[in-house]
Design a protein around this ligand. Structure first.
Ligand code: GFB
Length: 318
C-alpha cells in the first residue's frame, strides 16, 4: 500500500541529528548547517552512542526525537582497506544504517538523508554514470562489500518511502576530500595519501614518490564543503526516494592527480609506479545532470581544493 505524507520542509529551528559528525562528511555538514543558520544541531560521539548497537540508537531517538537525520556515519576507507576488510565494511555499515534508518522511522523523523557512494554503480557502467545505472551489472571487486552495504541502505530508504510514505532521500557523492579526512598512508583514499606522501618526500629530500597502480584509472574529486552544500540544498528542496548523484562532472587520471599534488606541495622529484597495487575500477565519473537541473552546482575547483586541504593538513596533521 502506498501511503503519502505531506511533509513540512526542513526549517532552521528543526532539530537535526548528524550521525558521524567527526568524520570528513559529517564535520563539513555541521560547518555548512551552522553557516546557514540551523541552530538546533544534535551530535553524539562514538563513546556516547555506538551506532552499531540497536539499543543505544533506540534510546537516543526515543529521548531526543530529532526532526531530521543526516546519516553521514560509515566505515570508510581507500582501495586497500576496502579489499582487506570486507567483513567490517559490510557488517558495520549494515548495522549502523539499519539501526539509524529504522529508529528514525519508528520515532517519527520527518526527513532523512542517506549518503551512499559512487562505488554502488557497476564496474563497467557507462561514463558519465547516470543514476539509472544502479544494479545493471557486476560491481568492482575491491569495494564490493562496501557497495553492497550502501545499495542495501538505498533500498531500505526507498522501501520505507514506498511502504510507509517516509521522506527518506539518498544522495550518491563521488570521491570526496577535504578537512578531517583520513591521511593514513595505508587505509586512506588516494588524495589524502598522496598529499601526505608528497609532503614527507619533500621534507625528507627524497627524489621519488611511489604511487599505487598504473596511474591510468580516472576519478572525479569533489571538495567535501561542496558536498555539504549539496546536502543542505537537497534537504531543503528534494523530496523523492530516487537517488541523486553529487559530483563536479569532471575527472582526471591518477597520474594527473599525482602531478597536481606534487605541484601544490612543491615536491620536485619523480613519480614511480607500484603496479603490484590494484587499480580498482577503471573510471568513475558521475553524470550530474540531475542535480544541475535541480539548481545546484559545485564551486571549489580541484587545484584550489587541494591547496586548501594541504593547508589544513599542515595545521592539523603535522
Ligand atoms: O582513492 P582510492 O583508494 O579508492 O584509490 P577508489 C583510487 C586510485 O588511486 C586507485 C590509486 O587506482 C589506487 O590504486 N592510488 C595511487 C592510491 N596511489 C595511492 C595511494 O597511495 N593510496 C590509495 N588509497 N590509492 C574507493 C572505494 O575506491 O573509493 C570505496 O574503495 C569508496 O569503497 C571510495 O567508494 C570513494 O576510488 O578506487
Amino acid at each position: 500500500m502506498l501511503i503519502l505524507t505531506l511533509s513540512r520542509p526542513v526549517e532552521k529551528p528543526d532539530k537535526i541529528f548528524i550521525a558521524g559528525h567527526r568524520g570528513l562528511v559529517g564535520s563539513a555538514l555541521v560547518r555548512q548547517l551552522e553557516q546557514d543558520g540551523f541552530a538546533n544541531l544534535l551530535t553524539r560521539d562514538r563513546a556516547e552512542m555506538d551506532l552499531r548497537d540497536a539499543g543505544d540508537v533506540d534510546r537516543f531517538f526515543a529521548q531526543e526525537k530529532p526532526a531530521v537525520v543526516i546519516l553521514a556515519a560509515a566505515k570508510v576507507g581507500g582501495i586497500k582497506a576496502n579489499s582487506d576488510l570486507p567483513v567490517e565494511f559490510l557488517l558495520e555499515n549494515l548495522q549502523m544504517q539499519n539501526n539509524v534508518v529504522r529508529a528514525a522511522h519508528d520515532s517519527g523523523v520527518r526527513k532523512l538523508l542517506f549518503l551512499g557512494s559512487s562505488c554502488i554503480y557497476p564496474k563497467h557502467a557507462p561514463q558519465p554514470i547516470p543514476e539509472s545505472a544502479l544494479l545493471t551489472g557486476p560491481l568492482e571487486p575491491t569495494n564490493e562489500a562496501y557497495a553492497i552495504a550502501k545499495i542495501a541502505g538505498i533500498k531500505l530508504c526507498q522501501a520505507y518511502s514506498r511502504e510507509y510514505g517516509a521522506n527518506f532521500i539518498s544522495a550518491m557523492p563521488t570521491n570526496l576530500y577535504g578537512p578531517n579526512d583520513n591521511f593514513d598512508l595505508v587505509s586512506s583514499h588516494v588524495l589524502p595519501a598522496l598529499l601526505r606522501k608528497a609532503h614527507l618526500a619533500k621534507q625528507e629530500g627524497k627524489r621519488e614518490l611511489v604511487v599505487w597502480g598504473s596511474g591510468q584509472p580516472r576519478r572525479e574529486f569533489l571538495h567535501v564543503d561542496d558536498l555539504a552544500a549539496a546536502c543542505v540544498f537537497l534537504l531543503e528542496k528534494y523530496d523523492s526516494p530516487e537517488i541523486v548523484n553529487i559530483g563536479c562532472g569532471e575527472d582526471i587520471s591518477i597520474r594527473e592527480l599525482a602531478e597536481l599534488i606534487c605541484d601544490v606541495v612543491d615536491f620536485k622529484g619523480d613519480l614511480a609506479w607500484d603496479t603490484a597495487k590494484p587499480d580498482g575500477t577503471p573510471r568513475k565519473l558521475l553524470d550530474v545532470s540531475k542535480i544541475h537541473a535541480l539548481g545546484w552546482r559545485h564551486r571549489i575547483g580541484l587545484r584550489d581544493g587541494i591547496a586548501r586541504t594541504y593547508q589544513w593538513f599542515l595545521e592539523n596533521e603535522t
